[in-house]
Design a protein around this ligand. Structure first.
Ligand code: GDP
Ligand code: PGA
Ligand code: MN
Ligand code: MN
Length: 608
């Protein structure tokens, strides 16, 4: 079959030359049965969801309106960091934290994988826009995929279809650039061959071409590998754009905090995957009188505004949240969002009455169908939901959505939080002395690995600014870029930087700090520090709240635990020094900005 005979190819709702050419080339290479240009309509959603229910990919839930459960292939449940590649022209530009292959070699190799990879399937063309549609320079992309699950997920996670495609032509008539993002599950069907509920390929490549601003993803249907607007575009490719253009593309939530006196502060926070971003973004403050509103739970793009402050925009349109641990007690706002329906759940358990359940949700049923499609009872021993199971739900359904969430201008950030999952050493909260020290804290932060990525869980690793898996270029250059950003603004215009750890443990490995809504106490101290109202204690690693500065009114946690959570133990920190040294060696001592080496040296001196 020649490409010109592929049904649908000629029905393009656009005259954009580069887009038409690219779609034709991909159709010729991948030989799908038909091409569908996605419009993002309700009809499209209905049709595809019915198709996927018939195919056994989705189960329609009776417990929530217009909502579905997908269970994946057991080998396709998380991001695959060891299969993720930054294909810069020079290996040195990818840096030591990324897998690298020469772009030509990767293209030659992957072209053979993509050849006829969509045989027997539909090829969907999804125009999308990351960030508000009415931005002056909308960040456009087109994902081509052979997965209808990806199309439905993109409906939720991005501004896509007709509304996005309209932005492909600028007001003056010029054709705008877009990021081509090619995806295939890598499971072609021979004529007459029956499909499986979750097609994928054991061979996976998540490839990025930073100079060309292009993405090729092969073999996985899992969100982080297949929804290419998210990690691939908005972090890996966008981090390179941001370096070149003088802004920041970061793995951060965006939260609006309103004090009892109606002061407003916007906070951005970078925690590694499965370390609390979505939960903090949806915070229900335990402190009376405080309110929180959400603007984003995973990605922030930050640029300087005309007033010299950093303004953040969330490029996404939905939440892709970790299900386990989410419940009415921990995250009621997430529960209220998904109760409204229009949600796709992946790898959670199915109740006998057609609803979903996962560990950490209240009202555990006595019988379930687990994510592996096994009968499950509380005595089964296994988890009913995969630890990285997810809900994918529209942001617009959040009961605490900030009214300015879709404003292309973004919101001015007062504080940046870095944080991770550390059982020991790292205090509950620690304020950086200045921007440079804050960059040091971010560049050397560490966290235990989680189920969000394939591989072992619970190993402490350095995860700079929570961007280790998402950097599109050399980590050393990235640190320098952060320092440069700090040079461009007056110190009092920059966000204050803090390092938090909700996950410190006491004996019996219990959490010392209750977390979730109680984190508002830490945020209150942070706001008070910004406003110059709260006191802090200088320690060798930074500034922590003095005994009376943290509002503990009504907190049920024993004071001894709070003290232990806040404690800075110089002995424990001295053990961090060689780990940080090794980290710097790994990045390359010549690539570590001298300002950060100076910070390490003064930390060493302060620890004695
Ligand atoms: P994200 O992947 O960074 O967005 O992290 P999530 O907010 O989805 O949280 C990941 C896991 O950490 C979930 O199981 C949460 O229930 C849990 N979690 C989130 N915030 C806290 C907290 O403050 N304390 C504790 N102990 N667990 C938390
Ligand atoms: P998360 O997003 O940060 O909410 O876990 C998905 C991911 O990072 O893989
Ligand atoms: Mn993430
Ligand atoms: Mn999240």
């Amino acid at each position: 079959m020649t490409a010109s005979t592929v049904p649908g190819l000629e029905q393009a709702p656009t005259t954009h030359r580069a887009l038409l050419d690219w779609v034709r080339d991909v159709a010729e290479l991948t030989t799908p049965l038909r091409v569908v240009w996605c419009d993002g309509s309700q009809d499209e959603w209905r049709e595809l969801s019915v198709d996927l229910v018939n195919a056994g990919t989705l189960v329609r839930l009776s417990g929530k309106p217009n909502s579905f459960l997908a269970v994946s292939d057991p080998g396709d449940v998380a991001r695959v960091e060891d299969r993720t590649f930054i294909c810069s022209e020079n290996e040195a530009d990818a840096g030591p934290t990324n897998n690298w292959m020469h772009p030509v070699d990767m293209k030659v190799l992957l072209t053979e994988h993509f050849r006829a990879s969509m045989a027997g399937r539909t090829m969907y063309v999804i125009p999308f826009c990351m960030g508000p549609l009415d931005s002056e320079e909308p960040k456009l992309g087109v994902e081509i995929t052979d997965s209808a699950y990806v199309v439905l997920s993109m409906h939720i996670m991005t501004r896509m279809g007709t509304a996005a495609l309209e932005r492909f032509t600028a007001p003056d008539g010029t054709e705008r650039e877009f990021v081509p993002a090619l995806h295939s599950v890598g499971a072609p069907l021979a004529p007459g061959q029956a499909d499986v509920p979750w097609p994928c390929n054991p061979v996976k490549y998540i490839s990025h071409f930073p100079e060309e601003r292009m993405i090729w993803s092969y073999g996985s249907g899992y969100g982080g590998n297949s929804l290419l607007g998210k990690k691939c575009y908005s972090l890996r490719i966008a981090s390179v754009m941001a370096r070149d253009e003088g802004w920041l593309a970061e793995h951060m939530l965006i939260l609006k905090l309103i004090s009892p006196e109606n002061e407003v502060h916007y906070v951005a926070a970078a925690f590694p995957s499965a370390c609390g971003k979505t939960n903090l973004a949806m915070l229900q403050p335990a402190l009376p009188g405080w309110r929180a509103e959400t603007l984003g739970d995973d990605i922030a793009w930050m640029r300087f505004g005309e007033d010299g402050r950093l303004y953040a925009v969330n490029p996404e349109f939905g939440f892709f949240g970790v299900a386990p641990g989410t419940g009415w007690h921990t995250n009621p706002n997430a529960m209220r969002t998904i109760e409204k329906g229009n949600t796709i759940f992946t790898n959670v358990a199915l109740t006998d009455d057609g609803d979903v359940w996962w560990e950490g949700l209240e009202d555990r049923p006595e019988h379930l169908t687990s994510w592996t499609k096994q009968d499950w009872t509380p005595g089964s021993g296994d988890k009913a939901a995969h630890p990285n199971s997810r809900y994918c739900t529209p942001m617009s359904q959040s009961p605490i959505l900030a009214p300015e969430w879709d404003d292309p201008k973004g919101v001015p950030i007062s504080a940046i939080l870095f944080g991770g999952r550390r059982k020991t050493t790292v205090p509950l909260v620690n304020e950086a002395r200045d921007w440079r020290h804050g960059v040091f804290l971010g560049a050397t932060m560490s966290s235990e690995t989680t189920a969000a990525a394939a591989g072992s869980v619970g190993n402490v690793r350095r995860d700079p600014m929570a961007m280790l898996p998402f950097l599109g270029y050399h980590a050393g250059d990235y640190f320098q870029h952060w320092l440069n950003i700090g040079e461009r603004a007056a110190p009092d215009m920059l966000p204050k930087i803090f390092y938090v750890n909700w996950f410190r443990r006491g004996d019996n490995s219990r959490f010392l700090w209750p977390g979730f809504g109680e984190n508002s106490r830490v945020l209150k101290w942070i706001v008070d520090r910004i406003e110059g109202r709260a006191t802090a204690l200088d320690t060798p690693v930074g500034r922590i709240p003095t005994a009376d500065a943290l509002d503990l009114d009504g907190l049920n946690t024993p004071l001894a635990d709070v003290d232990a959570a806040l404690n800075v133990d110089p002995g424990e920190w001295r053990e961090e020094i060689p780990l940080i040294e090794n980290w710097f060696k790994h990045i390359g001592d010549d690539k570590i900005p001298s300002a950060l080496r100076d910070e390490l040296e003064s930390l060493r001196l302060r620890l004695g």
